[in-house]
Design a protein around this ligand. Structure first.
Ligand SMILES: C[S@@+](CC[C@H](N)C(=O)[O-])C[C@H]1O[C@@H](n2cnc3c(N)ncnc32)[C@H](O)[C@@H]1O
Length: 257
């Protein structure tokens, strides 16, 4: 196989979280943001450094660099790309998640193509970096401890908070690594904002890997509590899970240092 056919093989037959376009191909992601991303009201990022926490395949990192003029992106993720579970889960759920994650790792299936491209695992962030020659660096780590990560002009955290036991610590860590502003995209955001006592709502999902659903008011309060100022809403939207005819509500917030 040629280099080009290896690239196409991974786009066409790989397991993707996001749909990503390459020439006449679009990878079959769980979510297709290819058109929607332009409508999310992200600000221009000209000459800025970005930290994309929970970057997954780097779809948003690539967008920030190519479309919003960012200077460089550091993508950080908990995923070790060795087939192990890349979310914190309750012990009681570990086995179920372990199976699910093993099935998602396409490295064995596409090994020849990855190796031909000098990629040692199925990390799609590094794959996109190579294919599109992007100024982005992958870092393995957890949002709970960003002490080893230097601060960036802009921090971004998309669709991660609902998977965390402790979103407050996570948001505080984002605060410490932000120079100018932080953008948080909340997945499965709650429509109902307040409880009976007029306090912002959070709902425990009862599961051990997708812990809470948050209202944007609750995340906004957490952002303000750790020190962010002028927290504002950028966008409310819904996105379809490609496999099912079901749309997930999201809210994007921005908070300034
Ligand atoms: C649902 S995906 C969201 C991907 C992308 N940010 C987006 O907005 O579409 C969440 C990502 O966060 C990563 N992740 C899970 N727990 C994490 C943690 N504690 N620290 C950093 N990344 C984590 C997962 O491996 C996964 O790639």
């Amino acid at each position: 196989m040629t280099f080009e056919s290896d690239i196409k093989n991974i786009f066409e037959n790989g397991t993707w979280y996001h749909s990503v376009k390459y020439k006449d191909i679009k990878s079959k992601g769980t979510f297709d943001y290819t058109d929607l991303v332009y409508k999310l009201n992200f600000p221009d990022m000209k000459n800025k450094s970005i930290l994309d926490v929970g970057c997954s395949d780097g779809f948003f990192s690539k967008f920030f660099l190519e479309e919003l003029n960012a200077d460089e992106v550091t993508g950080l993720d908990y995923n070790e790309y060795d087939g192990s579970v890349s979310f914190e889960v309750l012990k009681s759920n570990e086995n179920d998640y372990a199976k699910k994650y093993k099935d998602q790792n396409d490295f064995e299936k596409l090994k020849d193509s990855y190796l031909n491209l000098s990629l040692e695992n199925s990390n799609k962030f590094n794959f996109l970096k190579k294919v599109f020659e992007l100024n982005m660096q992958y870092k393995s780590g957890s949002i709970y401890d960003l002490s080893e990560v230097h601060s960036h002009d802009i921090t971004f955290c998309g669709s991660l908070l609902e998977h965390l036991r402790d979103p407050v610590t996570a948001i505080e860590q984002l605060y410490f690594t932000t120079n100018e502003f932080c953008i948080i995209d909340i997945s499965n955001s709650l429509k109902r904002k307040y409880n009976f006592f007029n306090k912002p709502l959070i709902k425990y999902t009862g599961a051990g890997g997708n812990f809470f659903h948050h209202s944007k008011e609750a995340i906004s309060l957490m952002m303000e509590a750790v020190g962010f100022k002028k927290v504002a809403s950028l966008k409310s939207y819904k996105i379809k899970i490609e496999k099912y005819d079901y749309k997930i509500p999201h809210d994007i917030l921005i908070g300034y240092k």
